[in-house]
Design a protein around this ligand. Structure first.
Ligand code: HEM
Length: 525
């Protein structure tokens, strides 16, 4: 009897092993190989020269990191190559999953013309491989769904609150948080600027979304389950920041790429622990919402509409919190870095700010106002230039073909996943003169640099600027992000002295977009 049972178990295990091998051969080797072979036949599609099983095109990102370059640096070189060859699309495998990158202006225009009927935001929640960490943080949010009427109404209800007239009233609160962070920075001396700015942005967004009294309505700290098995007591903003970091590393976990089922079921660590932290975070947010007296918060305004369920609003606020913190904070780090690297730009900016009275000894609350910042054209162009040269997201979010279609004559099957390229086109030497130089005047049509660019035939159009995406699902937070960046720049530039390490300043392949391992240490005084 025992022998019989062992035999059955052995047979079962053998079948399981064979099934696993067949699955791996099909998914890891055949499917990505087949995808590459198919698109190699099209002259206007870029396919990387070598087939690398398991990692696919992720291997190029890893190579960059090994060479002390920011992980998306190779995309700038690749863009030069692709433009020369009139490439419209890129067929790449992200790990083992095939993805089409929208490269040329022509391809982007064709995609937008086919949206939302044929090509639209992917059904992220219901596509196992797309439902990676960051998107999973806000399961059920509108961002994870194609553009149905309900999705668009949800998007509209929050986007309305991001209009200039609504957000400019937040300038004093953004300033207060900047002052609080500056105090913490001065106290620490040398700071991890990316981490500390992300914290600042978290506080700002929590105030706007959940209520300006959010810190007073909950316990001071909450138990966070760390990935080394220990626990930490963290306040809500540090909780959120740590959670975002752990979710980022979860999305890069090779097992997540090979077995998306782990990512969906959350039954083993680190997925299990991250999932428990997600539940804690949601509970804390629910407590704040229930207790906040701020009738002007996004939560209050949207729930008063009585159009959406509490679950829906909470998921949407969660994705806004995720989408709006690290993006803006990383871009501000890029601004601080580039101002040190290009001191003549910093000088010019300080002169412009001084002209309207924003100086080191001014009353910042009186002088740094939405109206005054509106006057600062050079400041606006500094922000635009940072967003161009080092966009926080190297690509847009995921899109999907909902019918068989074509882009620039290339067949795209129903179900294909797509995304718009950002960092390459933003730095394309075909459109931009000296794209690696931080030159705010390239955005000023009256400047000498702009005229020189035009004479050299470098004429950037809307599709050369991809930082916030294009189309009906482009970033709804662009105005808020730009305003925050202007306030931070005006405030921190005039209220502190800082030094960036020489090694970082001399590295021409550095960048601070999401996922970058670079975080310059700043010495603040
Ligand atoms: C410098 C800062 C930011 C950058 C560079 C940025 C960039 C982007 C990009 C590239 C997308 C994808 C667009 C697409 O898939 O076509 C996106 C989507 C989104 N962003 Fe931003 N973003 C920033 C700040 C913000 C802020 C401050 C908020 C809100 C407070 C925000 C909220 C969102 C949301 C909700 C989406 C999803 C839109 C949808 O699915 O319809 N972002 N962002």
């Amino acid at each position: 009897m025992i022998g019989f049972c062992i035999g059955v178990v052995f047979k079962g295990l053998t079948y399981l092993a064979v099934a696993l091998i067949i699955y791996m051969v099909y998914k890891v080797l055949y499917k990505p190989w087949r995808f590459r072979q198919r698109y190699k036949g099209y002259a206007n599609v870029h396919v990387s020269p070598k087939f690398i099983p398991v990692l696919g095109d992720i291997s190029f990102f890893i190579q960059d990191i090994k060479q002390n370059r920011v992980f998306y640096d190779h995309l700038k070189d690749l863009q030069v190559e692709m433009t020369k060859k009139n490439t419209d699309l890129k067929a790449e495998t992200i790990g083992i999953d095939p993805v089409i990158g929208i490269v040329s202006h022509k391809a982007l225009k064709e995609v937008l013309d086919q949206s939302p009927k044929k090509i639209d935001r992917a059904d992220i929640d219901n596509t196992d491989f797309l439902r990676r960490a960051r998107m999973k943080m806000a399961y059920g949010c509108y961002t994870n769904s194609p553009s149905t009427n309900r999705t668009l109404n949800r998007r509209k209800s929050t986007s309305k609150l991001f209009g200039m007239n609504k957000i400019s009233k937040h300038v004093p609160m953004i300033l207060q948080n900047s002052q609080r962070i500056l105090k913490e920075m001065k106290h620490q001396g040398t700071v991890d600027i990316k981490g500390i700015m992300a914290l600042c942005l978290n506080r700002i967004l929590m105030s706007i979304l959940l209520g300006n009294d959010f810190e007073t309505k909950i316990d001071a700290t909450h138990q966070y389950l760390c990935n080394d098995g220990t626990t930490k007591q963290l306040d809500i903003c540090n909780f959120f920041a740590k959670f975002t970091m752990d979710m980022t590393s979860e999305s890069g976990n090779l097992l997540t790429i090979l077995f998306p089922i782990l990512n969906v079921t959350n039954i083993v660590n680190p997925w299990k622990r991250n999932h428990k932290n997600a539940i804690t975070l949601k509970n804390i947010m629910q407590q704040i919402i229930a207790r906040s007296e701020d009738k002007d918060s996004f939560w209050s305004q949207i729930s008063q509409l009585n159009e959406f369920t509490d679950e829906e609003i909470l998921a949407d606020l969660m994705i806004i919190l995720t989408a709006g913190s690290e993006t803006s904070s990383n871009c501000f780090v890029a601004i601080l870095y580039y101002l040190k690297k290009f001191p003549e730009v910093k000088q010019k900016l300080i002169q412009e700010l001084e002209k309207i009275g924003i100086t080191s000894d001014c009353d910042v609350e009186k002088m740094i106002t939405a109206d005054n910042l509106q006057e600062c054209d050079y400041l606006a162009n500094v922000v635009r230039e940072a967003l161009r040269i080092d966009p926080p997201l190297a690509f847009t979010l995921w899109y999907q073909a909902y019918e068989d279609t074509q882009i620039c004559g290339v067949p795209i099957d129903k179900g294909t996943i797509l995304r718009q390229e950002v960092v390459g086109p933003n730095n394309d030497p075909n459109d931009w003169l000296d794209p690696h130089v931080f030159e705010p005047n390239r955005h000023n049509p009256d400047s000498e640099f702009y005229k020189k660019s035009q004479q050299a035939g470098k004429i950037a159009n809307a599709y050369s600027k991809r930082t916030f995406g294009h189309g009906a699902r482009a970033c709804p937070g662009a105005l808020l992000a730009s305003l925050e960046l202007k306030v931070f720049t005006a405030f921190f530039l005039t209220q502190m002295e800082y030094e960036v390490e020489k090694e970082d300043l001399e590295n021409d392949h550095i960048g601070f977009g999401i996922g970058s391992l670079f975080s310059p240490k700043l010495t603040v005084s």
